[in-house]
Design a protein around this ligand. Structure first.
Ligand code: AMP
Length: 279
């Protein structure tokens, strides 16, 4: 496995060694877990060459404390990637990606004003900026993302379509812990009590879906979710919404194209999760 910290040698290596017709790419912020590795494995399965990036992107953090506290486990990450058969890892410092303060801002209209975008202003502009840079550098044929970041995937789809990036996007299923908690780098910041509490978001999603499938109204499902979360002291619900999968618009009637999305804090740690009606 080749590791690069700088853009120029990465570009030189990829143009010489990678198979430009079959290059899978997995962008990450590190603190890797089995969810990330499932993306690497999917890429390995479908491509001749797999590249991964590890970069805690300052431009997508709207909270300095969250950026500072974001878990960083580089040695362990590199070991996991090597074992998973990744070919190239790009691990830039912030200065390598942002020599100057970035001026470019993205606005995705309705897509980035709801859900995460409402609670994390500027977040998706930062995501779109770093993903654009990484796509330019790596020039993948396929890029792999997790359904865990449902809205992020929709934004990146729009980015790729509007800017005509010549690549395919794939969304992969959410990997969960045995109790249902969605795997996340942020889970490592939970103490053992909080870790137990954190499963409440998944429980609330599955309970809401069950009620909706049984014909309960959206408002009664929302009330139930609020109650389930209120019962756990360390948990603070930020939102529970039902949206149209394609455009993230709030739904009035649940269909097979509806996604249930939830976000909130467990202690100081902010977590997100989602569930499709059809899953
Ligand atoms: P992150 O390092 O959190 O930016 O995530 C990097 C990629 O891994 C994103 O496309 C995420 O959606 C994806 N990912 C994160 N958690 C999971 C999970 N539990 N299962 C599958 N993919 C995930």
């Amino acid at each position: 496995m080749q590791i690069f910290k700088e853009i120029a040698p990465l570009r030189a290596f990829l143009s010489k060694n990678s198979d430009s017709a079959s290059l899978g790419f997995v962008p990450t912020m590190g603190a890797l877990h089995a969810g990330h590795i499932s993306l690497i494995k999917a890429s390995r399965h479908e491509n001749k060459f797999t590249a991964c990036s590890i970069f805690v992107n300052p431009a997508q953090f709207n909270n300095a404390n969250d950026l500072e506290k974001y878990p960083r486990t580089l040695d362990q990450d590199l070991e996991m990637l090597n074992k998973a058969g990744c070919d190239v890892v790009f691990v830039p410092e912030a200065m390598e990606m942002y020599e100057t303060e970035p001026l470019i801002k993205f606005d995705f209209g309705e897509l980035d004003k709801v859900l995460e975008g409402k609670f994390r202003p500027g977040h998706f502009s930062g995501v779109a900026l770093v993903v654009s840079k990484l796509f330019h550098l790596i020039k993948p044929t396929v890029a792999y993302f997790g359904q865990k970041d449902f809205q992020q995937f929709k934004i990146i789809e729009r980015l790729v379509n509007e800017l005509k990036f010549d690549l395919k996007l794939k969304a992969m299923p959410i990997l969960r812990e045995a109790d249902g908690l969605a795997m996340s780098s942020r889970n490592s910041r939970l103490n053992s009590k909080q870790r137990t509490d954190a499963v409440v978001f998944y429980r609330a999603l599955t309970e809401a879906r069950k009620l909706l499938k049984a014909g309960e109204s959206i408002s009664s499902a929302k009330e139930t979710v609020a109650k389930i979360c209120e019962r756990v002291e360390s948990v603070k619900l930020e939102y529970f919404e039902l949206a149209e999968c394609n455009n993230l618009k709030a739904v009035e009637n649940v269909t097979d194209n509806t996604v249930l999305l939830i976000a909130g804090f467990v202690g100081e740690t902010r977590l997100i999760d989602n569930l499709l009606m059809t899953e």
